[in-house]
Design a protein around this ligand. Structure first.
Ligand SMILES: CC(C)(COP(=O)(O)OP(=O)(O)OC[C@H]1O[C@@H](n2cnc3c(N)ncnc32)[C@H](O)[C@@H]1OP(=O)(O)O)[C@@H](O)C(=O)NCCC(=O)NCCS
Length: 212
């Protein structure tokens, strides 16, 4: 049972002014240490993109005019099936375990049902116990594990060579573009200090760390 169930939770559609606060709340929740995959895929374009394509399924919850949580979803129609898909759900730690996510999910699903959804999908990191428990309790089941694979391209025999080739190409282009700007100053007849701003920034080193 919720120990402190919030009656004053107000759910409304996400507005343009909510994009930055929602993005920042997500940054706080989807951390690289806890959920690397969520962290990697969360950026402001997730919020902006879904706000543009699926405004009906992008909702925010407020408590005392403070952002308490958000849900971002979409609808997928495949053959004769319409699926509601919850892409992102987040609740401000200050307001967790008070039924905010419960309310957000109920409102989003109601809208999806109205638009023909008869099936729901959601995915999350298997280590995300709060989310797995939350969705189980909501009635989501039939868990299927999905694996993510990664590769450091710089360390790969073939792709590593392509990266070297691209780097050399960029260096050559930079050199060509910079050359005409290296000219002695006519006024004093001496080669003056020419501030060279490289047009091509130095690419990442091959010894880069594995990204999170
Ligand atoms: C998962 C999350 C959205 C739940 O939000 P919430 O508003 O705290 O959830 P609710 O209060 O509506 O919880 C409803 C029920 O879900 C379960 N639950 C929620 N959080 C839980 C937790 N930390 N541990 C165990 N069960 C939990 C409980 O059964 C809870 O009912 P109860 O409080 O009566 O026991 C929230 O923890 C969160 O934002 N997590 C970080 C972001 C994230 O992982 N999002 C999901 C993937 S995109």
């Amino acid at each position: 049972m919720h120990s402190d169930r919030v009656d004053a939770v107000y759910v409304r559609e996400l507005r343009i002014d909510d994009i930055a606060p929602v993005y920042h709340l997500g940054e706080q929740l989807f951390t690289s240490e806890l959920y690397p995959y969520l962290y990697r895929t969360w950026d402001e374009w997730e919020v902006i993109g879904l706000y543009n394509t699926d405004p009906d399924y992008c909702l925010v919850a407020e408590i005392d005019e403070e952002l308490a949580g958000f849900i971002l979803g979409t609808i997928i129609t495949k053959e004769s099936w319409t699926y509601g898909y919850i892409l992102w759900l987040g609740v401000n730690p200050k307001f967790q375990r008070r039924g905010v996510a419960d309310t957000l999910v109920d409102k989003a699903i109601a809208r999806m049902i109205e638009d023909g959804a008869r099936f729901m999908l959601v995915d999350t990191d298997p280590a995300n116990v709060p989310a797995v428990k939350f969705f189980n309790r909501k009635g989501f089941g039939n868990i299927r594990q999905h694996i993510f694979l990664s590769m450091n391209l710089s360390k790969h025999e073939h792709y590593g060579r392509l990266i070297d080739y691209e780097r050399q190409k960029a260096e050559r282009a930079g050199y060509r573009r910079m050359r005409p700007t290296v000219r002695p100053r006519k006024t004093d007849g001496v080669v003056g200090e020419v501030a060279l701003t490289p047009l091509v920034t130095e690419p990442q080193t091959t010894e880069e760390q594995t990204p999170v």
